[in-house]
Design a protein around this ligand. Sequence first.
Ligand SMILES: CC(C)(COP(=O)(O)OP(=O)(O)OC[C@H]1O[C@@H](n2cnc3c(N)ncnc32)[C@H](O)[C@@H]1OP(=O)(O)O)[C@@H](O)C(=O)NCCC(=O)NCCS
Length: 168
Amino acid sequence: MTQDTSVDVDIRPMQMEDLEQVGQIDRLSFSMPWPQRSFRFELTQNPASHLWVAALRQDTPRRVVGVIVTWVIVDEAHIGTIAVHPEYRQAGIGKRLLACALLDAWQAGARQAFLEVRRSNLAAQALYTRVGFVVEAVRPRYYRDNGEDALLMTLKEFPLERLRMDAG
Ligand SMILES: CC(C)(COP(=O)(O)OP(=O)(O)OC[C@H]1O[C@@H](n2cnc3c(N)ncnc32)[C@H](O)[C@@H]1OP(=O)(O)O)[C@@H](O)C(=O)NCCC(=O)NCCS
């Protein structure tokens, strides 16, 4: 079993007041961040969208340090984005976010999951591989900013026991 983080966070559904902090994390994490309106749209208009944040327990008001967006369509979950604030990485937060989002998607009927990840993003690939995602295909020159390939990773079976352990 992996020793979990010393950073104490709650994983909870995203709320309107989180949008600004979520946008900041996104901009710090990606070369092509989502426009702020995209998170608002996902939160308020897209019924397929499941949005979660990781919020520090010790802060009042609680600082948001991680985010995950998943689209659940019939029996498939598509991980749209996941990011942890750079100052809080490698402390088990990404693992918890992913586990909570997958368990929630399972509850909503998903039985498989998929995502795209940059070929060079070894940290994210390691996160996905440890719960059973495998590379299914390559989408050549998928990313517009630098023409990098995307790896399409899929999870054919949800490892419920492991996910429950990771979710904490
Ligand atoms: C990918 C990301 C979300 C991981 O979040 P995190 O909170 O740092 O991850 P965790 O601490 O929960 O680590 C979970 C697992 O991921 C892997 N991992 C995380 N960071 C890693 C790194 N820098 N190098 C190698 N493996 C890493 C490890 O397998 C780790 O498991 P272990 O602790 O049992 O070894 C984070 O690095 C991030 O926000 N990156 C920028 C945004 C991004 O690339 N998102 C993915 C888009 S597809």
